[in-house]
Write a protein that binds this ligand. Sequence first.
Ligand SMILES: Cc1ncc(COP(=O)(O)O)c(C=O)c1O
Length: 340
Amino acid sequence: MIDLRSDTVTKPTPGMLAAMTAAAVGDDVFGEDPTVNELERRTAALFGKEAGLFVPSGTMSNQIALRVHCRPQDEILLESTSHIYVWEAGGPAALSGATCRTIDGRSGRLGDGDFADKIRPDDVHAVRTRLVCLEITHNRGGGTITSPDAVNDISRWARHNGLAMHLDGARIWNAIVKSGLPAHKWADMFDTVSVCFSKGLGAPVGSALLGPKDLIKDARRYRKLFGGGMRQAGFLAAACLYALDHHVERLAEDHTNAQIIAKAVEDVPGLTLTPDEVETNLVWFEVNGNLGTAKDVAERLKGGGVLVAALGKNVIRAATHLDVGRADCLKAAEVIRKLR
Ligand SMILES: Cc1ncc(COP(=O)(O)O)c(C=O)c1O
């Protein structure tokens, strides 16, 4: 099977497994795991932040960030289809007592103009507008990158208005590789950044929250509260360090392979790329015409040995990643074209 359902389906490579088994470990809740400490230090430095915190998942990393920035009765401004809003099980309300004010983006992209009238008045009836969250690359938007100029404008606006900025950078690696803008330049525009090692980078588990020392100190306490304090987590952190060393630059291959899939989708009447240009490793498309539902199409592709994710009645996502090479993608493209 050629599994294009998600870039999270990767298995550790032999090199990564070797690095994991060789890891020096200790009890990370005591702060004594050298490999976790090294990962936190290195990732924070890469993004130009003072401190980092290793956590089990991107969801936990985002939710801890919200908890650090917000208190009950605060409001978060974020894009309507963002992961934090749609796919984190109501975390902002359940874990931080915060409300979300959603803004419709253009394939997930926002500009400062979208925020202009979004700050609530200083009034007892209103929530306190507190935080802006952006997602780059934007998953549901189609793996899209909000341009650094647009992020900069939003960030300047937010800071001018006393709001904090958080980046859900689960796939910021793809944006770094695609745009050529280094990690620390992206991160400069945010107070906190969440990154994942378990998506395009191929680690089995792990995300990190990066930011100023005082916020990360608070974040460590919330990690304990949310049940994310792990013990000999260095075995996992070693996989993440390996991923940093070996699997970032190669994301360009995933982007090239995504174009192969996108081209095949374009060739099938009844399938439409959404958005019509694929920027990174995620290929989202709609099923229309006489091909049936997304589920029907996913079943037919499965029959041809290709797995995709049906994520709505008419919506499908195909993701390229470390475990599908160019030959797999050419084969998958053939199977997709047979839908005609
Ligand atoms: C943009 C984005 N943010 C956060 C997450 C959450 O990551 P996790 O599945 O590790 O909780 C995902 C998961 O796919 C994601 O796509």
